[in-house]
Design a protein around this ligand. Structure first.
Ligand code: PRP
Ligand code: HPA
Ligand code: MG
Length: 170
C-alpha cells in the first residue's frame, strides 16, 4: 500500500511541526511534578523510536531532564500492523521495573506497542501526545484523542506541496 493511501482510515489528521511542538509542550506541563522524586521529578525519559523521539526531546527540554534513552519497537510497515517487537532495549540498570521512568511516544493506536513496553517495565509512566480509543487503556497521560478511523500524519512524514484551488484552475 502506498504510504499516503489512507484506506482503511476514513479520515486524515495532519499535524504540523508547530502543532506537535505545542501539543508536546502541553504534555510536558501535564507531567510536570508528577514523578516519584521528592519534588515530583522523573528519573529519566525513554523515547519509543522513532516517532517518540521528537516529543521526548521537547518534554525533556521543558522538564529539564538530561537522562534520555530509547527503546526501539517496530509494529507497522506503512499502515499495516505486524507483531510488535523490541529491536533495541534501554539500559537495564537504569530501567529496573520502570519506576520513575517516563516512556514517551507520539501516539497510541491499537495499544500493542505500549502493551509490550508495559510488560517489560510495569512501573513506568506511559505518555503519548495523541491517542486512539482502542489504545486508551495502555496510556497513563495523553493530550488529544482522535477517532479510531483517523490516520495521523506527522510532519516528519510529510512535505509541503502544491494543491489545486477549490474551484479548479483556468
Ligand atoms: O498502538 P500501536 O497500534 O502499537 O501503534 C502505535 C505505534 O505505531 C507507530 O510506530 P511504528 O511502529 O510505525 O514505528 P515508527 O515510530 O518508527 O514510525 C507509532 O509511532 C507508535 O509507536
Ligand atoms: O495514525 C497513525 N499515524 C502514524 N503512525 C501510526 N502508527 C499507528 N497508527 C498511526
Ligand atoms: Mg512508533
Amino acid at each position: 500500500m502506498a504510504p499516503n493511501d489512507r484506506l482503511p482510515y476514513e479520515k486524515g489528521f495532519h499535524v504540523s511541526w508547530d502543532q506537535i511542538h505545542r501539543d508536546s509542550r502541553a504534555l510536558a506541563w501535564r507531567l510536570d511534578g508528577r514523578g516519584p522524586g521528592e519534588n515530583g521529578e522523573w528519573k529519566a525519559i525513554v523515547a519509543i523510536t522513532r516517532g517518540g523521539m521528537a516529543p521526548a526531546m521537547i518534554v525533556a527540554r521543558e522538564l529539564d531532564i538530561r537522562t534520555i534513552d530509547t527503546i526501539s519497537v517496530k509494529s507497522y510497515n506503512h499502515q499495516s500492523q505486524t507483531e510488535a517487537q523490541v529491536l533495541k532495549a534501554p539500559n537495564a540498570d537504569m530501567m529496573g521495573d520502570g519506576t520513575g521512568i517516563l516512556v514517551i511516544d507520539d501516539l497510541v493506536d491499537s495499544g500493542k506497542t505500549l502493551e509490550l513496553c508495559r510488560e517489560l517495565y510495569p512501573n513506568a509512566h506511559f505518555a503519548t501526545v495523541y491517542a486512539k480509543p482502542k489504545g486508551n487503556a495502555q496510556v497513563d497521560t495523553f493530550i488529544t484523542e482522535v477517532s479510531q478511523d483517523t490516520w495521523i500524519f506527522f510532519p516528519w512524514d510529510m512535505a509541503l506541496q502544491y494543491v489545486q484551488p477549490f474551484r479548479g484552475e483556468d
